[in-house]
Design a binder for this molecule. Structure first.
Ligand SMILES: [Ca+2]
Length: 365
């Protein structure tokens, strides 16, 4: 009898101990971990450190004075590359590095599946200054890349490529990176204000140093120095973490709450295509033109593509479609009709309302 009582007491003490040992609320259990449903919000501050004191050679003072373009960045997975040292610049990076033209990069953001958040920060209208932006990453898209064009320059920029925000399964709290000038390899000019001088074929993207390119006219040629001072730097700080809420908040396509971004789910999302007109045209009703044809092969003729439909999602990535119609059906062995519908991914995490996420914690400061 006493023995049983002692056992009961031990169990009771054990239960008290367990509840004392685990006092933390359950929602903090996965805090800090870069797991698939976990989102981290980061603040990226870009600092321009390009001053006439540190870079006196040919420092641009007028038309245009030294400055920085807008910052174009993405969080993404390992399948996506914005740029890489030693690899040739894409057409989009070429346009941005040479002319600060981001139109092609903006298209990338919609067309590539590997991108999670696409973000920009304001230009800086002098060599020294700062510009900041917040962005999101999740456990499946833990890398970050960005670039900023050095203005004026032939094809020079600064940036980071596929910087991993996740380390040993946990979100990094802060990352500091010093930036060196980079050459996109698409223009041969070697002074800030060189006229356009295309490099055909292009060279891979490379780092500009105080000795490379080894030419006395180079704007960064300081052979007497050990290295170039940094021309810019970044500080990335984690500001908050969130956990993605359930899959769907509201399935109404017009409601404010649309489907949470989820790669697997996107695959089976249904969207309607209006092919009613197509059936009528390619059916036996035919058109006058079809009838006039006298035994000669006639290829299928189609209209121009329609405008893209609105994006199927207002939060995260959705699908948009466009279509075209048959004007003339193929007859007598003419070439068949090309694809009549087309689809594209669209949207952005930036359009999500914060109600889509469970707020986990916020770092102070
Ligand atoms: Ca170049």
């Amino acid at each position: 009898m006493d023995f049983q009582l002692a056992i009961l007491c031990l169990i009771a003490i054990g239960l008290v101990l367990v509840s004392v040992v685990e006092p933390r609320p359950r929602k903090f259990k996965r805090r800090g971990r870069c797991q698939p449903k976990m989102l981290a919000e980061y603040n990226l501050t870009f600092y321009g450190d390009w001053s006439p004191k540190t870079f006196p050679r040919l420092y641009p003072r007028v038309r245009p004075p030294a400055q920085w373009s807008k910052l174009v960045g993405r969080s993404h997975d390992s399948t996506y590359k914005l740029w890489s040292l030693g690899q040739n610049a894409s057409d989009a990076v070429k346009a941005f590095a040479e002319d600060a033209d981001s139109s092609m990069l903006d298209q990338d953001a919609q067309a590539y599946r590997g991108i999670f958040d696409s973000f920009t920060a304001a230009p800086i209208e002098s060599g020294m200054g700062r510009s900041a932006v917040r962005f999101l990453a999740d456990g499946q898209h833990t890398k970050m890349s960005f670039l900023v064009k050095i203005v004026p320059s032939p094809d020079w920029f600064v940036g980071v490529a596929s910087l991993d925000l996740c380390h040993n399964g946990r979100w990094r709290k802060q990352i500091n990176v010093d930036l060196a000038p980079l050459d996109a390899g698409t223009d041969q000019g070697f002074t800030f204000t060189s006229p356009n001088w295309p490099n055909m074929p292009a060279d891979p993207i490379s780092q500009i140093t105080n000795k490379k390119p080894s030419h006395p006219a180079s704007s960064f040629f300081y052979p007497e120095q050990e290295t170039l001072p940094r021309i810019g730097h970044i500080v990335i700080k984690e500001v908050a973490e969130y956990r993605r809420r359930g899959r769907k908040l509201d399935t109404s396509p017009t409601g404010p709450n649309v489907v949470i971004f989820d790669p697997e789910e996107d695959e089976d999302d249904s969207y309607s295509l209006n092919i009613g007109g197509l059936t009528a045209v390619s059916g036996s009703t035919g058109t006058g033109n079809d009838v006039v044809n006298n035994g000669k092969p006639q290829d299928c003729t189609v209209t121009e593509w329609s405008e893209w439909s609105p994006c199927s999602k207002t939060c995260g990535f959705g699908i948009q479609t466009r279509s075209r119609d048959v004007i003339l059906s193929p007859v007598n062995g003419g070439y068949g009709c090309p694809r009549l519908t087309d689809q594209n991914t669209c949207g952005s995490m930036r359009k999500c309302k914060w109600g889509h996420f469970d707020y986990l914690f916020k770092r102070s400061g």
